[in-house]
Design a protein around this ligand. Structure first.
Ligand SMILES: O=C(O)CCC(=O)C(=O)O
Ligand SMILES: [Fe+2]
Length: 336
């Protein structure tokens, strides 16, 4: 933990990450998001029931149990309903996503942006590399064809590895926070302190050498970093974690009895490449041009709807009109 804001940047630069307690007010910032997602879960439950994929809308169940029940009956995680982003391929005109006012309110929260400002200065762009992750307890989840829970731990990676090369010089910072307390057993972030500063490591597609729980996905082979130095970053609701884009990190599995629910957002100085140019970002804070700051959730939604219409015409049926990944297969680092 850091107590004086003066040390946030120093700690961040030295260790590659910083955790700050009590940044987001649980009652005024986080609870409204949870409330908003009740409506998203209603949408999901209604759609599935109408399509005959579930036996009920499970309206009587609390959020966690309702989501778990839906996952169990359908064998899927349905993450796309909740996410404030889109898939890279196969987008349709009705692909669901969620960009509601309570969510936007967190993205532009003053205390959160004050922390980001300590790292990248006062001209702050909300980079569209952003996800909500709702991970039910693994023991209650259906398994995929590899025998793994349909949503499980995040594999080892650097966030630099998920953007295209045009963002190589971008000063991108990740902000992670949880909507609910995330103790170690609920599967918080796991980081390798001091693993930043030596550039981008190789990320391998469908790599099998990092252990059975990490099969699939694009990940860094463990022999390329010192996994024994890994530390978990359990959080209380309201805390934030900021990561350097080169910090090696992943997450632990959710072996608790509760859902594990987090946001991971990215920010960079205005004018730098986001590394995901097909998706819309926005000015979150500008001391120089405050009139450019986005505060209207309808406008934000409109930007994503436009993006969805564009994406529904490209990257279909295995075609790659727009590239989202910087990686090619067959790197020698990726041999098992
Ligand atoms: O929350 C997770 O499981 C992974 C998040 C992550 O990789 C990130 O915040 O960059
Ligand atoms: Fe990440």
């Amino acid at each position: 933990m850091v107590t004086a804001s003066r040390t946030i940047k120093e700690d961040f630069e030295r260790q590659g990450f910083v955790q700050i307690e009590g940044v987001l007010d649980p009652e005024t910032v986080l609870d409204p998001i949870i409330e908003e997602y009740h409506g998203v879960l209603d949408n999901l439950a209604n759609d599935l029931f109408e399509k005959g994929e579930t036996s009920s809308k499970f309206e009587e169940l609390p959020f966690d149990q309702r989501l778990i029940k839906i996952c169990q009956e359908t064998g899927q995680a349905h993450s796309q309903y909740f996410d404030f982003s889109l898939p890279f391929s196969g987008v349709k005109d009705d692909t669901p996503f969620w960009t509601g006012p309570a969510v936007l309110n967190a993205f532009v929260n003053d205390r959160l942006l004050d922390a980001v400002e300590q790292i990248i200065g006062p001209e702050i762009y909300s980079n569209p590399v952003q996800h909500v992750r709702i991970k039910p307890p693994e023991k209650l989840l259906p398994r995929n064809d590899m025998g793994l829970p349909v949503i499980g731990p995040t594999v080892w990676h650097q966030d630099h590895g998920v953007v295209t090369e045009d963002a190589d010089e971008t000063d991108m910072v990740t902000v992670w926070f949880s909507l609910t307390d995330t103790p170690v057993e609920a599967g918080p972030l796991r980081v390798i302190p001091f693993s930043h500063g030596d550039g981008l490591l190789t990320h391998c597609l469908d790599y099998d050498g990092n252990g059975p729980e990490f099969r699939g996905g694009r990940q860094i082979p463990q022999r390329l970093f010192d996994k024994d130095n890994a530390i978990p970053l359990p959080t209380k609701r309201g805390d934030i974690v900021m990561l350097n884009k080169e910090l090696v990190h992943g997450s632990l599995p959710n072996v608790s009895d509760q859902i594990r629910w987090s946001f991971d957002l990215r920010y960079n100085p205005i004018g730098q490449h986001t590394g995901r140019e097909a998706f819309p970002g926005f000015v979150a804070r500008s001391k120089a041009n405050p009139e450019l700051e986005l505060r209207d959730a309808d406008e934000w939604r409109r930007m994503w709807l436009e993006c969805r219409s564009r994406m529904a015409k490209v990257n279909q049926d295995g075609m790659e009109d727009i590239e989202f990944s910087r990686w090619e297969d067959g790197h020698p680092d990726c041999e098992n």
